[in-house]
Design a protein around this ligand. Structure first.
Ligand code: RBV
Length: 418
């Protein structure tokens, strides 16, 4: 099928050139995906397949898209978040004949219309971040999808809930759950990029400030350890006793949110849950506190309540709004949307290399195996997960040891007797 071009007008050469430079910079740091590309480039295994993507439109994503293109795929893409779009990447991709359904700062309607447009392109594989494209394809009962992948924790929650209610119409691989993804992307990647997003947005000194990190999952672990490294006083709030205990033994203060609300300077939600900082919490939160969210969706802080109480917040600086709530100043960063992508540049190329290599290998796996895969949620095959880790080690010039035959036998015997 010939897909209609999505470019409204001819972009200036300048912006395409800037996008190309960003793409080349990311490529130079994403060695695993390039290695995979070299392995498959000759056989062009994605020829004659349409891929529908809904990812953050960043320089790292452009590396995945161009890799899939050079393996022969026809590609359409929309953005996984209205505020995470990098305009020069849109133009660079369009210049390279990718159908990009996105514009910088779309309104809500335009944002969802673009997801609809990708769902209309007859994708064989759907690659999503947050499961909005998967949900729309299911709601509209679009046929012909062989399989899909999901990039993030919050998206996997949605897919599992879809599976347990209406069922899935095609197999979906949870790329987020690969160890070579979440150990690195969610922890080191989002940890660093969240702190970078806060620094770039506020420019404040981190040392000596009291930061409150809500949630000690992989993102929370990464964010709190980066903050501690910069000298912050970090408190963790949790609902899971094991994670709370882990945070305590990692040396963080662990408290109930209610107890720390009046004392925290900056709160960062990292949970995937809604109303983590709710309307009732604004009554006791410290005057002048900053609020940011590192989770995929903008539901972790009750942003709607803030706007309902003060619909003309003061724009302190780009991406920082100050609300007057019952005489108290509450400062919201990036409208409660993913701070690392909206206030920063998203996760660094080196970790996105691991995530997107899992994506690319999972796409190839689906196209080879979709007839055998059940229409349900699947984990990334261990072989893919470990291959990505091996390739990454070799790209960093690191060699590791191998078990001898004898050791393998010994281990097998121990397990058998266990
Ligand atoms: N994420 N993508 C980027 N630079 O393109 N940065 C972060 C990027 C992904 C990350 O894998 C995470 O799981 C997801 O965004 C949350 O929406």
């Amino acid at each position: 099928m010939k897909i209609q071009s999505s470019s409204p007008k001819k972009p200036s050469r300048d912006i395409v050139e800037r996008g190309k430079l960003e793409y080349e910079w990311a490529t130079s740091l994403m060695k695993v995906i390039i290695k995979i590309l070299k392995k498959y480039q000759r056989s062009k295994p994605l020829s004659n397949f349409n891929l529908g993507f809904c990812l953050h439109i960043t320089k790292e994503t452009s590396v995945l898209i161009m890799a899939a293109k050079s393996l022969g795929a026809q590609i359409s893409i929309c953005s996984a978040n209205p505020l995470s779009i990098q305009a020069e990447i849109i133009e660079f991709l369009r210049y390279n004949e990718i159908n990009v359904f996105a514009k910088k700062n779309p309104n809500r309607k335009e944002f969802f219309e673009n997801i609809f447009k990708v769902s209309n392109t007859n994708p064989h594989v759907v690659i999503d971040d947050g499961a909005e494209l998967h949900s729309i394809i299911h709601q509209r009962q679009i046929k012909g999808v062989y399989g899909g992948t999901e990039e993030t924790t919050s998206g996997i929650f949605r897919i599992l809930s879809l599976q347990s209610t209406t069922g899935l119409n095609y197999p979906i691989i949870g790329v987020n759950n690969a160890k070579s993804k979440y150990f690195f992307d969610n922890r080191y990647g989002t940890g660093q990029s969240t702190v970078y997003g806060i620094l770039r947005t506020l420019g404040i000194l981190i040392a000596g400030k009291r930061f409150v990190v809500c949630g000690y999952g992989w993102v929370g672990r990464g964010v709190s350890s980066c903050l501690r490294g910069l000298g912050a006083n970090v408190t963790i709030t949790e609902v899971d006793p094991i994670k709370a205990l882990e945070a305590h033994m990692d040396g963080f203060n662990v408290q109930r949110l209610e107890a720390i609300l009046p004392k925290g300077d900056c709160f960062i939600t990292c949970t995937g849950q809604k109303d983590v900082i709710s309307r009732y919490d604004f009554d006791i939160i410290k005057n002048g506190a900053f609020l940011a969210n590192a989770g995929h969706f903008d539901v972790e802080i009750d942003v709607a309540y803030l706007y309902s109480q003060d619909n003309h917040p003061i724009q302190l600086r780009p991406n920082v709004e100050s609300f007057n709530i019952k005489g108290k100043k509450i400062n919201l960063i990036a409208k409660g949307r993913v701070i690392n992508l909206v206030g920063g540049e998203g996760n660094s190329p080196e970790v996105m290399d691991l995530s997107f290599s899992n994506q690319l290998l999972s796409i190839l796996f689906i196209l080879k195996n979709y007839k055998k895969l059940g229409r349900e949620f699947h984990q990334v095959p261990k072989k893919i997960d470990y291959q990505v880790a091996h390739f990454a080690l070799s790209s960093f010039g690191i060699k590791i040891d191998k078990l001898t035959r004898d050791q393998v036998d010994y281990q097998t015997k121990v397990y058998l007797n266990y």
